[in-house]
Write a protein of this length. Structure first.
Length: 290
C-alpha cells in the first residue's frame, strides 16, 4: 500500500502533479507524513513530458496514482458524449506514458442537472448496456501497459454494490478495465452496522480488479431522516482494521489516497491515524524508497 492525497485537495502536498519538476517540491511533505503516492493531471502534456514525469517519479520512489475525468459520460447529447469518450481515451494514452496507475470516472447519469445526480434510469438494465458500450468505445484499440480504466462506485446508479460491480466488469471483459475502490461510497443502510461484511464481500469479489483506492470514513448522523456524513478517518464506523488488512494483500504499489479536506491539518490527522491503524493491524504503508 502507498498512502497519498487526491488531486486539488493537495494543498496538503503543495499542488497537483503535471510535470516532472512538480514532484520535487512535494518531497518534504511526502516524507513528513509517510506518503509515496500522488495524483496527476497529464492529458495536456506532450509525450516527452509524460515520459519525463514517469522517469522522475520512479527515481524519487513516488507512485502516480490517478487522473480523473468528472464529466457525464451518459448524457443523451451524442456530440458531448463523443467528446468525453475521446477525452478519456486521450487521458488513458497520456497516463500510460506517464506511468499513472488509473484513469477514473464514474458511470454518469441520465439526469441533466449534474454528472453525479441520481435518476431512476440509472438503475436499469438499459443503462448498464449503454454504459458497457461507452466503456468499450473508450478502450477500443488501446494498448495500455501500465494504466487501467477504473470506475468509481457511486450511489447514484447501479455501479454501487460489489455484486453488481463484478457482474458489470465481467460483462466488459477487458483486462485494463476495473475498479477505482472507494469503500465508503459503497455504504448502504443495510451495511452500515456490518461494514466488516461489506469490506470482505468487496475484496472477495473484486480484489483482482482494483487499480487504486480512496480512504475515507463515514458516520450515521443523528438527523430526523437518514443521513451519512463523511468524517475524519477513525471517527466513523468503517472497519479500518479489516480494510487495511485486505488492502495490504493487493499489489504493493497500490495507491491509497485521502481526499475531501482543504487543510494540511485535516490530512495530517488522517495520515497519523492511518499509520497508527496500519501498525496496530500488522501492516504498513510503503514510504519513498521502499
Amino acid at each position: 500500500m502507498r498512502l497519498g492525497c487526491y488531486g486539488n485537495y493537495g494543498a496538503a502536498l503543495n499542488g497537483t502533479v503535471d510535470k516532472a519538476s512538480s514532484l520535487d517540491r512535494m518531497i518534504e511533505t511526502l516524507d513528513t507524513y509517510g506518503l509515496s503516492a500522488v495524483t496527476s493531471v497529464v492529458e495536456n502534456n506532450t509525450d516527452e513530458e509524460c515520459v519525463a514525469l514517469r522517469e522522475r517519479a520512479a527515481k524519487l520512489g513516488i507512485v502516480l496514482s490517478e487522473n480523473c475525468m468528472w464529466e457525464n459520460l451518459m448524457t443523451d447529447d451524442q456530440e458531448a458524449q463523443g467528446r468525453r469518450i475521446a477525452l478519456v481515451r486521450a487521458m488513458l494514452k497520456k497516463a500510460d506514458l506517464a506511468g499513472v496507475k488509473c484513469v477514473v470516472t464514474i458511470a454518469g447519469t441520465k439526469s441533466t442537472t449534474s454528472h453525479d445526480a441520481p435518476h431512476p434510469a440509472n438503475y436499469t438494465k438499459e443503462f448498464r448496456r449503454e454504459f458497457r458500450e461507452v466503456v468499450l468505445r473508450i478502450l477500443d484499440g488501446l494498448d495500455l501497459k501500465t494504466t487501467g480504466y477504473g470506475v468509481e462506485p457511486w450511489h447514484n446508479c447501479f455501479f454501487y454494490q460489489p455484486e453488481d460491480i463484478r457482474e458489470f466488469i465481467d460483462s466488459v471483459g477487458h483486462p485494463r478495465f476495473g475498479l477505482h475502490l472507494d469503500q465508503m461510497n459503497m455504504m448502504s443502510q443495510k451495511d452500515f452496522f456490518n461494514t466488516t461484511g461489506l469490506i470482505n464481500r468487496t475484496f472477495d469479489l473484486l480484489a483482482d480488479k482494483v487499480f487504486s483506492v480512496h480512504l475515507k470514513d463515514i458516520a450515521f448522523a443523528n438527523h430526523m431522516f437518514m443521513k451519512l456524513d463523511e468524517v475524519h478517518i477513525g471517527d466513523g464506523f468503517l472497519d479500518y482494521g479489516t480494510y487495511l488488512k485486505r488492502l495490504s494483500k493487493l499489489p504493493p504499489d497500490t495507491p491509497c489516497s485521502c481526499e475531501h479536506f482543504n487543510t494540511l491539518g485535516d490530512y495530517a490527522i488522517c495520515y497519523a491515524r492511518l499509520h497508527h491503524l496500519a501498525k496496530k493491524n500488522g501492516v504498513h504503508f510503503l514510504r519513498r524508497g521502499e
